[in-house]
Design a binder for this molecule. Structure first.
Ligand code: NDP
Length: 449
């Protein structure tokens, strides 16, 4: 981090002292504050409003016990979280993550980022995030159901269609959302759009499942178009093989590219002929097996243990779609060396700060997460609208709106980068464009005395 502005540095130092045990949160705050330097320098009156000091403190943090009974009759205890970060422009909105690596730092970084991402979509949604250190891997359906019900029993006291609308994230897909929605309805005796990512038979939106991956490719396409280029004929590497990765792969193919590698947390597969997406979907979505299975079934495909090696595969476009800090300086240098022209983030904060600097200083086009992966939450916003109207749009209608939103996000981030004197730096552009709307709303809503 390289903060020069005294006011912003003072804010960062206070957060670093108060939240010294939260490295992911500090990383996210540092990156945003650094981007804000040009506008704070130009608008010294911002300091008097105290808005930025308030933005780095969540409005509310909820931590709770989630106890449940496993299939052997043993009591298990996990920790649940919901961080309601910022409601200046709408009800809190953001997914829930179930993964053993979840802790307060991870949920706070995600909630903080979500605030700016949601602002960028142009829809009225505040920022929040939640989850648990529960590991869904290897659990039976009944165990997943019992955990989700216990998690929702507490969470239901803090959320609502006009208060806070959670959704999915790592480890939380349609199955988990279904169990949580069922429990909310049971407890509250009301059928409202309190969660997004719901099944299509009970209020879900068409194209929500595909939205983050598709949106990532629409955003990438805008980046390419601005540089007189396209997906056509490009070789693509995608990390992860979950919801975001699979639908990014689908859209990249539709736009004329070839995807040659994907991964999970154990390792990666390289298929020089191009990933067989139907096979991948069967293994990951239906059978819920490890990615190594792909190489067993697909002649010519190679599996390598360890996931970081995926960045050494030669490609034109890299789409990290797994998790935070999965792409470090070594990975970034390998991509640059192999002639990669564009990196766009499907996961949240997958590139370390050193990796981002490597891309920017080597002229690699770089699409940061809060802009590039905003298609998921944008479509969740569209699901909320449909629930409120008691009406459903067709797949094509939602997809068309998603395309328009991603185009607008690119334009907003690009224009902001230009106004800040660093044309094309979408890290600065996305942070500034997302920040300004939240700043204005907070300024006008005053401070509670
Ligand atoms: P899923 O749980 O569906 O998939 C996550 C994938 O990432 C799995 O393949 C998982 O493998 C892999 N993975 C997890 N940890 C690592 C690791 N350390 N190294 C390599 N691979 C890893 O999650 P999503 O696809 O929903 O989410 C992926 C990312 O996208 C997250 O950062 C999330 O916050 C972000 N995101 C998701 C949105 C959505 O709509 N779902 C919206 C916006 C952002 P394994 O099975 O081995 O764990």
């Amino acid at each position: 981090m390289n903060l020069q502005n005294e006011y912003l540095l003072g804010i960062y130092n206070k957060v670093a002292k108060k939240d010294s045990t939260e490295p992911e949160f500090l990383q996210a705050v540092g990156e945003v504050l650094e981007s804000l330097e040009p506008i704070v320098e130009r608008n010294p009156e911002m300091e008097k409003t105290g808005v930025i000091e308030r933005m780095v403190e969540p409005e509310r943090t909820i931590m709770f016990r989630v106890s449940w009974v496993d299939d052997n009759g043993n009591v298990q205890v996990n920790r649940g979280y919901r961080v309601q970060f910022n409601s200046a422009i709408g009800p809190y909105k953001g997914g829930c993550r179930f993964h053993p690596s979840v802790n307060l730092s991870v949920i706070k970084f995600l909630g903080f980022e979500q605030t700016f991402k949601n602002s960028l979509t142009g829809l009225p949604m505040g920022g929040g995030k939640g989850g648990s250190d529960f590991d869904p891997k290897g659990k039976s359906d009944n165990e997943i159901m019992r955990f989700c019900q216990s998690f929702m029993t507490e969470l239901s006291k803090h959320i609502g269609a006009d208060t806070d609308v959670p959704a999915g994230d790592i480890g939380v897909g349609a199955r988990e959302i279904g169990y949580m929605f069922g429990q909310y309805k049971r407890l509250k005796n009301e059928f409202t759009g309190v969660l997004t990512g719901k099944g299509l038979t009970y209020g879900g939106s068409l194209a929500r499942k595909e939205a983050t991956g598709y949106g990532l490719c629409y955003f990438t396409n805008e980046m390419l178009k601005a540089n007189n280029n396209s997906f056509e004929g490009k070789t693509v590497v995608i990390s992860g093989s979950g919801n975001v990765a699979i639908y990014a792969c689908e859209k990249a193919y539709e736009l004329g590219a070839k995807v040659v590698a994907m991964s999970d947390s154990n390792g990666y597969i390289y298929d020089k002929d191009g990933i067989d997406l139907d096979l991948m979907k069967t293994i990951k979505e239906v059978e819920r097996k490890r990615i190594s299975e792909y190489a067993v079934r697909k002649p010519g495909a190679v599996y390598t243990e360890g996931c970081k090696g995926i960045w050494t595969i030669k490609c034109d476009i890299a789409l990290p779609c797994a998790t935070q800090n999965e792409l470090d300086k070594d990975g970034a240098e390998a991509l640059v060396k192999n002639g990669c022209i564009l990196v766009a983030e499907g996961a949240n904060m997958p590139s370390t700060p050193e990796a981002v600097n490597t891309f920017l200083s080597n002229g690699v086009l770089f699409g940061p997460a809060k802009a590039a992966n905003a298609g998921g939450v944008a479509t969740s916003g569209l699901e909320m609208s449909q629930n409120s109207m008691r009406y459903s749009w067709t797949f094509e209608e939602v997809d068309e709106k998603l395309k328009g939103i991603m185009k607008n996000i690119f334009a907003a981030a690009y224009n902001a980068s230009k106004e800040c004197g660093c044309e094309g730096n979408l890290v600065v552009g996305a942070n500034v464009a997302g920040f300004l709307k939240v700043y204005d709303a907070m300024k006008w809503q005053g401070v509670a005395y």
